[in-house]
Structure formats: structure tokens, C-alpha cells
Design a protein around this ligand. Sequence first.
Ligand code: PEP
Length: 287
Amino acid sequence: MRLIRFLQRPPIVDSLLVKLDEKRLMKFYLGTNWKMHRTNTEARQFVAEFLPLVRELDLSSHYLFVIPSFTSIQIVRDAVTASGLPLKVGAQNVHWENGVEATGEISARILADIPVDLVEIGHSERRRKFGETDTDVNRKARAVLDHDLKALICIGESRAEKEQGIGTQALEKQVREGLEGIPRKALSKVMLAYEPTWAIGVAGQPADPSYVQEKHAGIREVLTSMYSAKIAAEVPLLFGGSVNHQNFRSYAEIVNVDGLFVGRAAWDPESFIELIKISRCMNASLS
Ligand code: PEP
């Protein structure tokens, strides 16, 4: 049980207490997106090395996931299924249509048949390089939820929005438009990953934990105003952007951070295992 957030309860209002009590039951979300990082041969090597290391860990308090490129999903899926380990497998993108007139795209129906457990939507690279809008993100999320898969929706302000002091508004717009029309009952299958675009990748500048804390609290407030405090408290909010072994703890400790979405620092199997061990140590020392 994750008690880290409850050690020093400030005098807070009842609704926030409800929110915190809900979070006692939430697993810690930890996953990685491979982007275009691995060939099929490399994906096979990864699972051959990673899965035996995962087997040595108690993951009952974790929701652990890997998101390979489309071509490697089945390899990872088959290896994970054969291992019986509770590792979740995702896809990096999806098209919202189920028909046949979208050559080169992959539908939620195809992904559900593999099956994947979750689908990442709206990564900042998709938004920036492929012009994905909040409307596209919303269509994709609906398609994923309609197929009973989990939607991992990425949001995050750009450096320009941050510098103009409109980062909070940009995030609110992404949350509201990304979730528009998605009913309460579907929210149990939604996860949000806050990834400020200026913090991601080799050129990324790691965000200050206090900044992340403020943004995550704001996202939770937007969810509360759209749904309810109870539903908002149950939506896992992940943080991502230059997370590594040194700063992992400073982000994982934040009250409204329910998990971490890691790129480079989790691509190597042993490096990923070390991150899992850090989060397990945090749980163990505090429970
Ligand atoms: C990402 O690309 O979403 C990401 C979080 O990458 P990194 O951890 O390498 O910054």
C-alpha cells in the first residue's frame, strides 16, 4: 500500500481527504514508450532479458507497462503472456476509424484483437510533428474506450506557452477537449500523462518538482470540475519528461503524481528494473 502521501497530512478540506483516501488504493503506474527505438530482434532481446528480472520482483503495488512500436507489439505480447507476468503492453498510437479507408493506420479494433492493454494517445511528438489536435485526441480516446482498452492520454504545455504564462490554460484546454463527451463510467479506463514538451528527450530540461506538483493539482481540479472529486481522484496522473534514477524519487513523492512515464532511462532492461526497485523501496520504507 502506498502511504507516502499520507505521512504529513496538512489540515485539508473533506473533499481532499476523500481524494487522498481513494489514492491509498491506487497502484503506482510506471511505464515506458519505446518510440522507434527497437527492431523486432531488439524487442526479442529486451523481453528475454527483462522478464526474468521482473519475475524476481513483487509487483502487486504496481501497474507496469511497455509500449513498443506497432511491429513489435505481438512479440512483446506473446512473451509477456507466456511468462504470466503482470506486465501490460501498449500501442503508441491508433486511428479513430474502424473502416477500411485509412491506409497506413491501425484501428482500435486491430489493437484490441492482439490484444494490447492500453493505447497511448496525443504524445507531444504526435501533436508537434503530425499535427494532431485535441479533437483528434478525443476521437482516438473514444475509439480506444469503445474497445474496452485503457487510454493513456498525453498532455503538456510547450515551452512558448510556459514562457507566455499560459501553460495552465493550455493544459486545461487539452484535458477538457481531449475528454469531451467521455462519460463518467469510461473514466476508469483513462490515464493522463502530463509531459511538458520542454522537459522531454535529449534536449529536455527536467521540470522542477514544485512545478509538477502545481500542474498535477491543476489537472486534478479540472477533472473534478468536469466529473466529480471522487472520479477525479481515481484517474491516474502520470508525469513524464527526463525522469531518471536521480530525480525519480522527487517526482514519485508528489501527492498528485500517481506514476511516472519514462523514456530513455527505462529503455535498457536493467535500467528499467532499477527504476522499479527505487519505487518499490519507497513503498516498502513507508508502508
Ligand atoms: C517521452 O518521450 O515521452 C519521454 C518522457 O522521454 P524522456 O523520459 O526520454 O524525456
